[in-house]
Design a binder for this molecule. Structure first.
Ligand SMILES: Cc1ncc(COP(=O)(O)O)c(C=O)c1O
Length: 392
């Protein structure tokens, strides 16, 4: 409980949900049609979602999976890297990015981030390449494209695979080309807070179409035929297991929720842009560092509005900001506490404080404000009012 008395008394009658989805009639109707069809498992709706997403991203090989975590893991698995291979990634990311490297039997090597964009620092990636490095796994942080040109040429120069964590970056582009399509693989998330959601779900985009069959088998235990194929009109087909796979398939039930969301994806991006601009205006005088502008020639997906508490201008600590916003019923997030400082990575990888100064500096000051197309101007005003109270 907060002891800040009147100042922290919430005025909103309901909480402002962090990353609230925008679900319309078309989504509801499709989910009900799926329920009534009698087919909830992987089938025609998943195939249609893959077709639409592939077209949107201009990515011919697009595979719907159960999460972006699954997509990251699969991408690393099909690279068939020798055990103990090093994969360089950002510490300024969600733990799923690094965990996928561990699950693939590889060693995450953390690079620092840029202190303004929070994207991976390419110079530090270069410094961290060793003879054991096999891949680079950058993250398009908050939906801001990272330097795909520099990372691509670094990967080519050293014969490394490039796997893009595009969990935040469905709408992000560089020179009109979608993030997630520059590397060997691109991994997208349809978790509840994402701009297209299937409840939980993801997409794996592969540059090499020759990998599509193997990837699809690996999403379903390594079986040669899924239930939809086995029940096809042209006769019953037995399946065989050709390698031990995973349970990473997306269901038609989940795909039904996402199927129509692409239709409004640009409209919702525009609404988030309007919310973003209002934040920039309303928060201008507060002791905060607001997100840097998008680089020229790029489109920021505007997934997270991530601020830093400017401790040169306030004595209010980041965690007090989080507590104040919580008390005032404003949803928040922390993106992220640097992954290398989490206990498992300290214990098993010998990670320690002081090794990645930018990531650690951001980690101690960062917090994200609600950002969603479902937000009204009044919601933005409430967030700004809450922050003014907190910093008063
Ligand atoms: C940067 C990043 N990578 C990976 C993931 C994992 O996504 P999912 O929840 O779909 O597995 C997330 C989740 O939000 C994320 O933020």
């Amino acid at each position: 409980m907060s002891d800040h008395g009147e100042r922290w008394r919430p005025w909103r009658d309901r909480p402002l949900v962090f990353g609230a989805p925008t679900i319309g009639a078309a989504e509801r109707d499709e989910v009900i049609a799926c329920l009534e069809s009698g087919w909830l498992g992987t089938g025609p709706r998943v195939a249609e979602l893959e077709r639409r997403l592939g077209a949107y991203l201009d990515a011919p090989t697009a595979l719907a999976v159960s999460s972006c975590s699954a997509a990251l893991h699969l991408a690393l698995v099909v690279l068939d890297l020798p055990p103990g291979s090093e994969v360089i990634t950002s510490s300024m990311t969600f733990c799923a990015t690094a965990n996928a490297i561990v699950h693939a039997g590889c060693v995450p090597v953390f690079a620092d981030c840029d202190p303004h964009t929070f994207n991976i620092d390419v110079a530090d990636v270069r410094r961290k390449i060793t003879p054991r490095t096999r891949a680079i796994l950058p993250v398009h942080f908050a939906g801001r494209p990272c330097d795909v040109a520099a990372l691509g040429s670094l990967a080519r120069e050293h014969g490394l695979a490039l796997v893009e964590d595009a969990a935040h970056a469905l709408e992000a582009t560089v020179d009109g080309r979608h993030c997630g399509t520059f590397g060997d693989f691109g991994c997208f998330s349809f978790y509840v807070t994402k701009s297209v959601t299937t409840g939980d779900g993801g997409l794996l985009v592969a540059r090499d179409p020759g990998l599509a069959d193997r990837l699809r088998r690996l999403t379903l235990h390594g079986m040669t035929a899924d239930a939809w194929q086995r029940s096809a009109d042209d006769g019953f087909a037995h399946y065989e297991v050709v390698e031990p796979g995973f349970k990473y398939n997306l269901t038609d039930f989940a795909a039904a929720l996402g199927l129509h969301q692409l239709e409004g994806v640009d409209e919702r991006w525009q609404r988030r842009l309007a919310v973003w601009r209002r934040y920039e205006e309303e928060l201008a005088g507060l002791p905060l560092r607001l997100p840097a502008p998008a680089a020229e020639g790029t489109r920021h997906a505007l997934h997270l509005f991530t601020c830093l508490v400017d401790d040169s201008r306030t004595s209010v600590a980041r965690d007090d900001v989080l507590e104040g916003l919580r008390a005032l019923r404003i949803g928040t997030g922390v993106h992220y506490r640097a992954v290398h400082l989490h206990p498992w990575y300290r214990r098993h990888h010998g990670e320690r404080t002081g090794t990645l100064p930018n990531a650690e500096w951001v980690s101690a000051r960062t917090f994200s404000l609600p950002l969603s197309a479902a937000m009204s101007d009044g919601d933005v005003a409430d967030v700004a009012r809450a922050l003014r109270l907190i910093f008063a």
